[in-house]
Design a protein around this ligand. Structure first.
Ligand code: MD3
Ligand code: FE
Length: 199
């Protein structure tokens, strides 16, 4: 069943090993048409996480700032969100709207994501659904104000987290990944998918 981590609901092993393999193949196809790239922060630093997206919108960061865009930096439209991924939203989001963005984050063994809030979406009453695939990742979640207490949990391949209610504005990040902890990707690494309603 579900566990609560600082208001975030985590469903360990929501995806079977077979479902994870099928979803990994679907994401491989997304990445083939919309390649992973290393976003630049507005202050000019490269993020260690590589990103791409599927759906009507992808989240972009570059020297001009960060925002949702309807095209990949190459100019191509984002591919559609795979049905295998939409099925997870249908099962857990609990809202009538469909997700408009599936952000794809790729972590190699050195990648991290600092504590941040996700608030670039217009309707913050809509949940975010997060799917972990591949190597384990140490996820940290705090409160809605920076600098408070935090809790940590290892997210494993096939785990799904639902970020709704007060947790929707919680500070969160990924401290590190554990190389070699999963066999889903032959050369290791981790993918996180986040499903979002954008506008
Ligand atoms: C809590 N991704 O893409 S997923 C992100 O594993 C992001 O790649 C991390 O933070 C990752 O923005 C963490 C869990 C997650 C996603 C969205 C959230 C937690 C969240 C939104 C609000 C609160
Ligand atoms: Fe986030």
């Amino acid at each position: 069943g579900a566990i609560d981590v600082g208001g975030v609901t985590v469903w360990p092993g929501w995806l079977s090993p077979e479902a994870q393999i099928a979803m990994a193949a679907d994401i491989r196809a997304v990445v083939a048409s919309a390649p992973l790239y290393a976003p630049e922060t507005p202050c000019g630093r490269k993020m260690s996480v590589r990103m791409t997206a599927a759906g009507d919108y992808g989240w972009i960061s570059d020297r001009r700032g960060y925002r949702y865009e309807s095209r990949h930096p190459s100019g191509v439209a984002w591919p559609t969100i795979p049905a295998s991924v939409l099925a997870v939203w249908e099962g857990l989001a609990g809202v009538a709207r469909a997700p408009q963005c599936c952000l794809v984050n790729w972590y190699d063994e050195a990648a991290r994501m600092g504590l941040h809030q996700d608030r670039d979406e217009a309707d913050l009453t809509m949940p975010v659904v997060s799917i972990s695939l591949g190597d384990d990742a140490l996820f940290r979640v705090g409160g809605v104000v920076r600098g408070g207490k935090t809790q940590s949990i290892w997210l494993r391949s096939g785990d799904v987290a639902v970020l709704g209610g007060p947790a929707r504005l919680a500070y969160h990040g990924i401290d590190r990944v554990r190389p070699g902890s999963s066999t889903l990707f032959p050369r290791g690494g981790r993918i996180n998918l986040t499903l979002r309603v954008v506008d």
